[in-house]
Design a protein around this ligand. Structure first.
Ligand code: FDA
Length: 457
């Protein structure tokens, strides 16, 4: 088969939110672009798909009020948002399995433990503000904060196990999706700082505020539609050759010669591309110290949202349950397109996810639904549609939600995180300071990288 040869100003590798926004902004600035995407669809970790007749958000879905760039792109594409359903009581399940109802951010854990949770969140808020999201590795205590695991740091701060379990929930299972003994205090502070503070991570009304009508994949789909033929699907990039005065990017079918390339991939996938000359040694090392977490996002759809009739919002938490958090995820809550079915979404993270993925699918499903039933009762056990998002098995992602450093990695390699190498630039939500791990961060770093390239061209 003959190889198609093309010439462009900039080649973008990856049609996720990062790559598509970078290409869009470069094209607006008058540069010619092409986006090469490995999959047969755009959106990467954003994927809205119909499962057994029900549209589900397989990947990212929520928009928080601080996601300014995402909000402006949503408006630019003429998309609409709606508020997540949150009327009624939330549910908390304690260590001994006791179920209680509550409103607000702090779980019903007793006055003393509540005061301890508030105290710990206060300390974390202060440290996150000091460390910031742009260059946490520059903080005078960066090395110290990066040398201690989040678990160990909490051990030093408090004797209250329930308080520690609850504080861990927000940054471990719920965000980095890794066990808290495997990431550092500094990495946790970066996550918190990028979201506006540890208090913001705790506030699900903030983090999980709105959804996009039609699904969040409408954003990359909208950007790709404008780029038209300049987005090419089924084109996994195999090689990048930087010749100094030009760069060559090769898939099995296409060779593009360009002035610059943007590698818009999560860091765990960059080494699948062969680089000539090889990337610098510290860059190679940096890539080996970042990995994606693992979370199973579970959708369970019912004939009706039965929990609403019981006065429940659908919001549920427990650091002691397999499914550590769950929400009402009923499609499109507005008068015109209101779905009559009810959808719950739950999350099983890190070591729980490892354990469940070693089991047969039927046993996994039974255990997950039993865990969700501890929040909403026995009706939960019989959904009409059941679906587990399995990003760990996706060839072109290999985990969820995003990448973080192992202990000590952020202070050691953070300074190289967003550095370009010759004509090669790197961008993805995993590298974003502002909006780290979120779609807003993806769009931001895409636009910033486009601007830097545009200026240099
Ligand atoms: P992304 O991984 O999306 O894009 C990279 C692209 O590169 C992919 O399309 C991939 O196929 C392609 N690719 C890989 N290798 C290639 C190669 N060699 N050649 C060509 N192409 C290649 N965020 C948020 O804001 N709100 C939320 O509610 C959630 N929730 C959430 C849930 C789940 C289950 C997940 C997995 C993620 C989220 N997120 C989220 C995170 C959010 O989805 C994520 O941060 C961004 O979508 C990442 O966009 P990027 O473009 O940076 O990477």
């Amino acid at each position: 088969m003959s190889v198609e040869t093309l010439t462009r100003d900039v080649v973008v590798i990856g049609a996720g939110a990062t790559g598509l926004n970078a290409a869009t902004r470069l094209k607006e600035a008058g540069h010619s672009v092409i986006v090469l995407e490995a999959r047969d669809r755009v959106g990467g970790r954003l994927w809205t798909n119909e499962i057994d007749g029900v549209p589900l958000e397989i990947g990212g879905q929520w928009v928080s009020p601080d996601q300014d760039v995402l909000k402006s792109v949503i408006a630019e594409l003429g998309l609409k948002t709606y508020a997540r359903y949150r009327e009624g009581d939330s549910v908390y399940v304690a260590e001994d399995g006791t179920r209680s109802l509550f409103k607000g951010d702090i779980f019903p854990v007793g006055a003393e433990t509540e005061a301890e949770i508030v105290r710990l969140i206060g300390i974390l808020d202060g440290l996150a503000a000091e460390v910031g999201y742009l260059a946490p590795w520059e903080h005078p205590r960066a090395h110290e904060f990066d040398a201690i695991s989040f678990t160990e740091w909490l051990e030093q701060q408090s004797d209250n196990t329930i308080a520690k379990d609850n504080v861990t929930l927000f940054v471990g299972p719920a965000m980095l999706t890794k066990p808290a003994h495997s990431f550092s205090l500094l990495q946790a502070l970066l996550m918190a700082a990028s979201a506006g503070g540890y208090s913001a991570l705790v506030d699900e009304n903030f983090m999980l505020d709105e959804r996009v009508v039609g699904g969040l994949q409408s954003v990359p789909l909208g950007l790709a539609a404008r780029l038209g033929d300049d987005v090419r699907l089924n084109q996994p990039v195999r090689h990048v050759k930087d010749h100094g005065d030009s760069v060559e990017v090769l898939t099995d079918d296409i060779t593009v010669t360009a002035k610059r390339v943007i590698v818009a991939l999560p860091p765990n996938l960059v080494s699948r591309i062969g680089f000539a000359p090889p990337l610098p040694r510290l860059h190679q090392q940096m890539l080996q110290h970042q990995s994606l977490g693992l979370v199973i996002k579970v959708h369970a759809v019912y004939e009706t949202p039965f929990w609403r009739e019981a006065g429940l919002s659908g919001t549920a938490f427990s650091p002691y349950q397999l499914c550590h958090e769950a929400y009402d995820n009923t499609w499109n809550v507005d008068a015109e397109t209101q779905d009559t079915k009810g959808t719950l979404v739950g999350f099983v993270s890190d070591e729980h996810a490892d354990r469940l993925f070693r089991m047969p699918a039927e046993e996994r499903k039974r255990l997950i639904l039993e865990s969700m039933a501890s929040y909403y009762g026995p009706e939960t056990l019989n959904p009409v549609v059941y679906y587990e998002s399995d990003w760990g098995a996706e060839e072109w992602t290999r985990g969820a939600y995003a990448a973080s450093f192992d202990i000590g990695g952020l202070s050691r390699y953070g300074q190289d995180l967003r550095s370009s190498v010759g004509n090669i630039h790197f961008a993805s939500s995993d590298l974003a300071g502002h909006g780290y791990q979120h779609v807003d961060g993806a769009l931001r770093i895409g636009a910033d990288t486009a601007e830097a390239i545009s200026t240099s061209l």
